[in-house]
Design a protein around this ligand. Sequence first.
Ligand SMILES: Cc1cc2nc3c(=O)[nH]c(=O)nc-3n(C[C@H](O)[C@H](O)[C@H](O)COP(=O)(O)OP(=O)(O)OC[C@H]3O[C@@H](n4cnc5c(N)ncnc54)[C@H](O)[C@@H]3O)c2cc1C
Length: 474
Amino acid sequence: MPENFKREIYLLRPDELNPETIAVAFAKTSRSPLSFREIAAELTDEKSAEFHERWVVGYGHASVAEHAVLHLALENVSRLAIECIESNRLASYTEKSTRYQKWDRQGYYIPPEVQDGSIEKIYRQTCDLLFDTYMQSIAPVKDVVASAHPRAEGESEERWDGRIRSRYIDACRFLLPAASLANVGMTANARVLEHAIRKMLSHPLREVQEIGERVKEVAQVEIPTLVKYADRVPYLENISADFSARAAAFPVEPMAGMLELVDYDPEAELRILAAALFSPGGASFATVMKTVREMDGDRLKELAEVLLGRLDRFDAPVRELEHAYYTFDATLDQGAYFELKRHRMMTQTPQRLRADLGYAVPRLIVDADFETSYRKAMEQAADAFSQLEAWNPHVAAYLVPNGFNRRVLMTMNLREVYHFCELRADKNAHFSIRRIALRMAEMIREVHPLLGAYLRLPQGTDWREIEAEHFTQV
Ligand SMILES: Cc1cc2nc3c(=O)[nH]c(=O)nc-3n(C[C@H](O)[C@H](O)[C@H](O)COP(=O)(O)OP(=O)(O)OC[C@H]3O[C@@H](n4cnc5c(N)ncnc54)[C@H](O)[C@@H]3O)c2cc1C
């Protein structure tokens, strides 16, 4: 092999080149025969900025911006604002956990919109009550958990608490309102970030708009050109306002169960198997599909076994499973929704957070003899929400605790069903989301037993048992 055709694989290091320069070094390989090192050596920050102005901004070759990656640390942002921050499919996030950390008494956000005497008073009183009740709930709920999971001989207090903490915090977290402050780390490329900033600047909450402005400001230190033109989007603002007005005529309807499968293709299993057969051959999809349609049950089972039967514990099923789609109408508590929303690959359309779809009561709260205080706090939050809702429904949502139900429409393919159900049905997941994952798996198996059979779920666990074990009300 001649020297100039020798394979080379190396890093363009962000400590040597700024993100915009890395993006240009990659972009230029499209027209330049030079190596990436050589291209990068010829670049300066100014030349990179000029390139981006011309190609990315001017001619819309926006995918170049994907090579400029930033890591943003966002601290003390409300969990309500996090919903918008984390609404980008192609970004990565890690946030403060409501399962492994306890919240401090004053750890809630006061939005600028409420800085008016009477509304601010209702707002503060509600958050204070929820945080006080949350803190008061910890000791009695912990006692119940501790007696069921006693300290092992020789185990330190700290280690024991670490072992049982998520069990008691899992129940207490239902009291925390969406105003609770958290930290979130975000990794995003400049293309996603520009989109994220536009969404934030167009959001109805001032907090989110301010975060958007600040994100733009700090991003511009590293990528001065790529987010320079990120601005509010009147299209998004108008859609939100217009549809809100039109949707006001619909009644608020609590759901009978937690999940309804509102749409799926009864033939989807055949399509997936046909797609798997289509790939290695040369026939048209119509021909392959016709053949699969004519197969008997045993032949189909045999194909399904080949496709999914050899999955090892950590293997993801092949992409052919993406040819089947399911749409669910779901109602789940806000704490569970907060975990669900992290599943970026599915399409989610949540209704705004409200306090009139009922709330969950964790059994541990009842066992700890804390139900009266819990219900008092939840009902006071619902009352405060309804007082603020007519004035500003977006701001009122800050007051809604994790225990209240949220309605969300979600569409996902079978590959994402596999990922979501297997991860969230696991015994280490929170009981709220385990219940959803197991119910979803059951529904998929009802309509698509052939491919649903291979879902790797914990043996002998049923969503009804989880519901009965962990809730007295959902
Ligand atoms: C035990 C446990 C503890 C957790 N604790 C925390 C916590 O403390 N804080 C917190 O913020 N979150 C926590 N999470 C949530 C977790 O970080 C994920 O955000 C969440 O589980 C969604 O999973 P996912 O990213 O695999 O799924 P999806 O977003 O649904 O993605 C599906 C699949 O697509 C692929 N994929 C998607 N995006 C990317 C990407 N950008 N790069 C590469 N592959 C990608 C992966 O294969 C992924 O499995 C926890 C989750 C678990 C299971």
